[in-house]
Design a protein around this ligand. Structure first.
Ligand code: RM4
Ligand code: MN
Ligand code: MN
Length: 407
C-alpha cells in the first residue's frame, strides 16, 4: 500500500471527524469464527456437487481453516458439528488445531439427521426420541469440556408440516424440559446460544420460529442462555438490525451466524447480496458499545460471538471463506467510520435527512486503505484472496481427491 493512498484517506477521515486510531484498534480485535461444515461439500436438495480437494476428515477441515486464519489473521476458531466432526479422541483434534494456530470454537449438536428425528427431536411425541436427543445435547456439553469450548450452539429442525399434525403447546413444553435438563449440565463459564428459524425443514410451524421465542426460552433458562441471530433465518423484509439492537439492549444477544440471502435461507457468502444490512447490524453493535450510560448493552455487545454459517455449493470452499471474512471486515470497517457526534446532533435536532446521511455517509466511504493498513500491522497479506491463490494450497489439496466430507 502506498503511503499516498493512506494519507489521502487519513486526510479525508480527519475532515469527517473520525478517530482512525480507534478504528484500527477495533478492526484488529475483530474475530470471526468459521464453521467446519463450510469447508465440506454441500448442496441443495437437488444435488451435492462433489469437489476435488475437499477435506476428508475433521483434521483436514482444521488444516484448511488454519490457512484462512493465516491469511486473514482474524479467524482463530472453528465451530464444529457433532457427529459430523466426532473423533475418538478430542484432545488430538484440539492439539491438531493448536498446531495450525487455531482452536475449537462453538459445539453444534446435530439432532436433525437421524431417521428417528423425522417428526422432531426434543419435541418429538415419542419419549425415547426426546430422551435420545437430550442425551446428545448433554454429550455435547461433555465435548465442550474435552475441547475447551465455551459455547454450545443449538439449532433445532423441529416443527410440523400440517395444521393439526401435533400439539404445538405440548411440543413447547417438551422443548423447555429438554433445554432445562441440558442447561443444568453447563459449567459456569459455558454459554448456551439458542438459534431460531422461521421455516425449513418444517413448513407449517417451527418450534423455535423467531427471536421472541428464542429470547423467551433463554430468559426462562437463565443468564447463561442467549439468542443466536442467523442472518438468513427471517422472512423477507424483516428488520434484522432492529432485532439485534433489541437483544443487545436486553443483554441477550449471544452471537451471529453470518451468511446472506436473496429469497430463503440461502446460506450465500455474507455481504454478497445485502452489504448495507450487514453494515447496519454493525452500526447497532457499535452504538451499544459506545453507550456508557447503559453498561448492560455495552457488556453484551462486547462479547458477541461472530460466526459464519454458510454452504458453499458451487464455489471453492477456502477462497469462499476468505471472501466471507473480508466482507465482514469491510462492513465493520465502514461502520467504524460513522461520525457519532454528527449523528447525535442530527437526531437531537430531529433532522431526519441529516441523521440518515450521517449513517449512509460512512457506508459510502471506501475503507480499503484502512483495511490494508490494519493488515500490514497484523502482518497478514493486504489482499488475502490474491495471496491464497499464490500459495498453491488449492493445487496441493487436489491430491485428497473427490468425495471429501459432506457438510
Ligand atoms: C441450519 C442452521 C444451523 C446449522 C445447520 C447446518 O439451517 O443455520 O445453524 O447448524 O443449518
Ligand atoms: Mn445457522
Ligand atoms: Mn440456516
Amino acid at each position: 500500500m502506498s503511503d499516498k493512498f493512506y494519507s489521502a484517506f487519513e486526510a479525508r477521515q480527519k475532515e469527517r471527524g473520525i478517530d482512525l486510531g480507534a478504528a484500527r484498534k477495533a478492526l484488529k480485535e475483530l474475530e470471526v469464527e468459521t464453521p467446519s461444515w463450510g469447508y465440506g461439500d454441500s448442496g441443495t436438495r437437488f444435488k451435492v456437487f462433489k469437489k476435488g480437494g475437499v477435506p476428508r476428515s475433521p483434521f483436514e477441515k482444521f488444516e484448511d481453516a488454519g490457512v484462512v486464519h493465516k491469511l486473514t489473521g482474524c479467524c482463530p476458531s472453528v465451530a464444529i458439528h457433532i457427529p459430523w466432526d466426532k473423533v475418538d479422541d478430542f484432545s488430538k483434534l484440539k492439539k491438531h488445531a493448536a498446531e495450525h494456530n487455531i482452536r475449537i470454537g462453538a459445539i453444534n449438536p446435530n439432532v436433525f439427521q437421524d431417521d428417528v428425528y423425522m417428526l422432531g427431536s426434543i419435541c418429538n411425541a415419542k419419549k425415547e426420541v426426546r430422551k435420545k436427543a437430550t442425551a446428545h445435547l448433554i454429550e455435547c456439553v461433555e465435548i465442550m469440556r474435552q475441547t475447551g469450548s465455551d459455547i454450545l450452539s443449538l439449532w433445532f429442525a423441529d416443527g410440523t408440516n400440517y395444521p393439526g399434525q401435533a400439539d404445538i403447546r405440548q411440543r413447547k413444553h417438551w422443548m423447555e424440559e429438554a433445554l432445562v435438563e441440558t442447561y443444568k449440565k453447563l459449567d459456569k463459564n459455558h454459554r448456551m446460544l439458542i438459534e431460531y428459524k422461521f421455516f425449513e425443514p418444517a413448513f407449517y410451524h417451527t418450534d423455535l420460529a423467531d427471536w421472541g421465542m428464542a429470547y423467551n426460552t433463554a430468559l426462562k433458562l437463565g443468564r447463561q442462555a442467549e439468542v443466536l441471530v442467523d442472518t438468513g433465518h427471517h422472512a423477507p423484509g424483516t428488520n434484522v438490525e432492529h432485532i439485534v439492537a433489541y437483544l443487545i439492549d436486553e443483554g441477550r444477544l449471544g452471537g451471529f451466524h453470518f451468511n446472506s440471502r436473496k429469497y430463503a435461507d440461502d446460506d450465500l457468502i455474507v455481504g454478497a447480496i445485502n452489504p448495507y444490512e450487514l453494515f447496519l447490524i454493525f452500526y447497532q453493535i457499535l452504538a451499544a458499545k459506545r453507550d456508557a450510560s447503559y453498561p448492560k448493552a455495552k457488556e453484551c455487545a462486547n462479547k458477541i460471538a461472530y460466526m459464519i454459517d454458510q454452504s458453499h455449493n458451487i464455489e471453492q470452499k477456502i477462497p469462499a471463506m476468505i471472501r466471507s471474512v473480508l466482507n465482514v471486515q469491510t462492513q465493520y470497517a465502514k461502520a467504524l467510520l460513522i461520525n457519532w457526534d454528527e449523528l447525535a446532533a442530527a437526531q437531537e435536532s430531529q433532522d431526519v435527512l441529516r441523521a440518515e446521511a450521517a449513517v449512509r455517509d460512512a457506508f459510502e466511504q471506501d475503507a480499503t486503505p484502512l483495511l490494508h493498513a490494519v493488515r500490514e500491522e497484523m502482518k497478514v497479506p493486504v489482499d488475502p484472496m490474491k495471496a491464497y491463490f499464490e500459495t498453491g494450497y488449492q493445487e496441493k489439496i487436489q491430491s485428497r481427491g473427490v468425495g471429501g466430507a459432506s457438510w
